[in-house]
Design a protein. Structure first.
Length: 104
């Protein structure tokens, strides 16, 4: 088994190992990983980063979607696709769908 420090060393990789490390560390409540994924989503509209935050940390995506939209209104379509992708993972799927309708 890999040690926690070994796993931390790989969470920023953009491959399967990095994704596994992110998921594992998120399950352990690692704030640094969650912040990294938030930044990645906001900077790149990275849907996979948003999915990991929503599915593993059980967070609503609305705040991140709103932030991303206010920073980059030109990414509206990508953000709508991201919202559609994560809506089924949310406890309150209706809220995400209402956000999507409001943005359109």
């Amino acid at each position: 088994n890999a040690s926690l420090s070994e796993i931390r060393a790989h969470f920023k990789r953009r491959d399967d190992i990095g994704n596994f490390a992110c998921m594992h560390l998120l399950k352990l409540g690692e704030v640094e990983v969650e912040q990294y994924l938030e930044e990645r989503f906001l900077a790149e509209a990275d849907v996979q980063a948003l999915r990991q935050i929503v599915s593993i940390r059980n967070r609503s995506p609305i705040e991140l979607l709103e932030s991303a939209l206010s920073e980059r209104p030109d990414r509206k379509q990508i953000l709508l696709q991201a919202a559609l992708s994560v809506a089924p993972l949310c406890e309150d799927e209706t809220t995400v769908r209402l956000w999507m309708r409001r943005v359109v």
